[in-house]
Design a protein. Structure first.
Length: 489
């Protein structure tokens, strides 16, 4: 049976019928849709960021138009697209032509070839110690001179108690934490370091010196925290036992890249320890030549403090008082030299061998000619007081103390080991000798004592070598290049 519309059924009363309506009439008679009431935007949660940083604007009234957004606002996503126009007090749907739409994957204002906006990367430094030393000074230099437009120091962690450079960094506003690790690190130390890493939220961790490197490697390998890792060993692994080398073979997989301070150190890591050539990058240490002037006033003051008489020659050496530095051979050489020359010696630095070296000086009869002055902040002043700098190391990557002495313009006598010949060319920028021999030290030192012109020539050449090949700016730039490579920039 065919169905008849209600409007055509004759059996219904007139009121029940629905007259047909054309589409235009139907549209005019339709009631307006009910829209949800407009609500004011929800207030954002309070954030501890300042108004000058992305995310801190909501606490400073930028959304209400009471203040203009910071110039060059680099927000990302929805925040970056809305803040420029809302902060200027414009309607929500309006966007003037000069307000860039900055979001994920967008480019900075300008032409199509402009580079994309970059987020500042956070760098966390972890070091075995922060006392006066070459590796510690390099860490301090990096933490204070990295390009702030690219990198932010998330903090410094010292395994040992806070030392000289930790106090300097804290005075500059850098957070420094100490784990107070004893001789050997344990699981509790791993957990402490993992907590500090989570708090710092670094993009990259730069570990300096052997114990700090192994601890950072273990934290990453055991899954306590995830981060990119750059290591600066500053150590000769020949002093490590077989168990340490086995452990190193498992932990070294955590490294993204290693920084070696000399070609000799890089070759040792690659040829002797099996590190890949693409995993080890050589970055020479650098010295700011302008920061190491020869001060006549400082020279006179320090020589007077040591009791150096006119006509006496002062030998100097700087570094930790431990077996690696070869101080014992220098004291033996001093005893032989004093038989024919008025010569004295000053030792700059602290270390576990201080008592033994003082006893050796007494037994050799030169205790009155040897001065242990400890760690000194004014290294330039003390080096200005020295006539001949001696580096009798048994092994060495590339000592900062040697570069600093050369930057002052001192003639140097150094052991021919590892990375030292890369900076000291024999009879050109210094004099080289065999290690572990006091007699090998006596001959070149005696040549410099009796020949003023030789001292002057070698000192000038040494300063020129540092000026040309070991600039502080080059070290900073090369280290930042390592960071960029690891971070994939």
């Amino acid at each position: 049976m065919e169905r008849v519309p209600r409007s055509r059924r004759e059996d219904l009363p007139p009121r029940a019928r629905r007259p047909p309506r054309d589409p235009a009439a139907r549209a005019q008679g339709r009631p307006a849709p009910r829209l949800p009431p407009l609500r004011p935007p929800r207030r954002a949660a309070r954030r501890a960021l300042p108004a000058s940083e992305p995310g801190g604007h909501r606490q400073r009234g930028l959304l209400s138009g009471r203040a203009a957004p910071p110039a060059g606002l680099q927000g990302r996503g929805l925040q970056g697209r809305l803040l420029p126009r809302l902060g200027a007090g414009l309607p929500r749907g309006a966007r003037p032509a000069d307000v860039p739409r900055i979001g994920r994957g967008a480019r900075a204002p300008g032409g199509p070839g402009d580079p994309p906006l970059l987020r500042v990367k956070r760098i966390l430094f972890v070091s075995t110690s922060t006392t006066v030393g070459g590796a510690e000074k390099t860490l301090y230099t990096l933490a204070t001179l990295l390009d702030p437009a690219l990198y932010q120091v998330a903090g410094v962690v010292s395994l040992k108690p806070k030392g000289h450079y930790a106090k300097l960094l804290e005075s500059m506003g850098v957070r420094v934490d100490s784990l107070d690790v004893q001789k050997t690190a344990g699981i509790a130390d791993l957990q402490k370091l993992a907590v500090l890493v989570h708090q710092a939220r670094p993009d990259l961790v730069h570990a300096v010196m052997y114990q700090a490197i192994q601890l950072c490697r273990a934290v990453r390998r055991l899954g306590y925290a995830e981060y990119h890792l750059v290591s600066s060993p500053r150590v000769n692994y020949r002093t490590r036992g077989s168990w340490s080398l086995v452990l190193d073979g498992w932990l070294k997989k955590a490294d993204d890249l290693m920084i070696a301070e000399s070609d000799a150190s890089r070759n040792h890591l690659v040829d002797k320890l099996g590190y890949g050539k693409d995993k080890v990058v050589r970055v020479y240490n650098g010295v700011d030549i302008a920061g190491w002037p020869i001060s006549k006033a400082a020279r006179a003051r320090c020589r007077k403090q040591l009791g150096i008489e006119p006509g006496e020659t002062l030998l100097g050496v700087s570094g930790r008082l431990d077996p690696q530095k070869g101080h014992a051979f220098l004291l033996e050489a001093l005893a032989k030299l004093r038989a024919s020359h008025p010569v004295k010696c000053v030792l700059l630095g602290e270390g576990p061998l201080k008592g033994q070296l003082q006893g050796l000086a007494r037994s050799l009869g030169v205790d009155g000619a040897v001065h242990f002055v400890g760690e000194q902040a004014d290294m330039a002043g003390w080096l200005s007081a020295v006539d001949i700098y001696v580096q009798p190391s048994l092994w060495e990557g590339l000592p900062n103390a040697l570069l600093e002495a050369m930057a002052v313009g001192l003639p140097v006598v150094a052991s021919q080991v590892d990375g030292i010949p890369e900076v000291v060319r024999n009879d050109v920028s210094g004099l080289l000798c065999e290690p572990k021999s006091s007699q090998a030290l006596v001959v070149p030192i005696q040549d410099l004592i009796v020949d003023d012109e030789l001292r002057r020539r070698l000192g000038q050449a040494a300063k020129q070598v540092v000026l040309e090949n070991f600039k502080l700016a080059d070290m900073i730039a090369n280290t930042q290049a390592v960071y960029k490579k690891v971070l994939g920039e």
